[in-house]
Design a protein around this ligand. Sequence first.
Ligand SMILES: C[S@@+](CC[C@H](N)C(=O)[O-])C[C@H]1O[C@@H](n2cnc3c(N)ncnc32)[C@H](O)[C@@H]1O
Length: 266
Amino acid sequence: MAGGVLNPAGQAVQTRFRIGLADSWGIAPGSSVLEIGCGQGDMTAVLADAVGPDGRVVGIDIAAPSYGAPVTLGQSAAHLLAGPLGQRTEIRLATDVLAASFPAGAFDHVVLSQCSWYFASYEQLRDTLARVRPWARRLCLSEWDLRPTTVEQVPHLLAVLAQGQIEAGGSRGDGNIRTVFGRDDLHRAAADAGWRIGTTATVEATGMQDADWEIAATLDYVGDTARMSALPAEIRRLVATQADLLRATARPRGNPALPAYSVTAA
Ligand SMILES: C[S@@+](CC[C@H](N)C(=O)[O-])C[C@H]1O[C@@H](n2cnc3c(N)ncnc32)[C@H](O)[C@@H]1O
């Protein structure tokens, strides 16, 4: 979020996308929102704007304030809290939702935006969705859709899958994508946690830089001998093949992102 100071045009694209998400979820003025996986606060700021001066947003992230680059979560939170939306916003970093507690019905909405793939496992996501169930009336989810609609989106897909395979192969990192979920997986996790799926929508993601970021992260991982040598040989070979394919098919920059979708549940 404070990253917007470094790249205002890029931040505008990210913010516009999240305004589309908040619209798709119908976040109304005066409502209270718990955001899980708030990261650098891109969604938190949009939610704080949507709820207005009489609303409230609590953002929670499991990562430490020192996590994140080029701007850390702690720096971003300080920037948001010092600005005009700060009065209606609270941010709790280094906080595990599974160990947190709120009164029943404390929130109108629980939001998870583009963070499910950062969870350590399906079970951790499901248990988190179950933990928040009593706290809010509605669940609002968004994630990238693994189903490309154009061939130019395939490098984003390849990058995501390769990162998921690196993690699944046992070479664990605490940075980028850890567990890749498709739409059906997310619906299953929400249903297993006691939520009933309501509406789903595709959300406009034109211009989003996430494909470029994930491609760069994947090629970094593949170039990291320590991470790659921790993988079983067969998985290492499979990941290396996908990295070759990625280098052959991705543009140097400006790769279009996969489509994104939003879901509500009650
Ligand atoms: C892509 S980032 C932030 C996305 C952010 N919601 C947005 O829309 O800009 C994903 C975040 O999920 C967080 N995360 C991963 N597992 C988590 C968990 N179990 N509980 C809370 N946050 C988690 C990560 O620490 C990371 O900051």
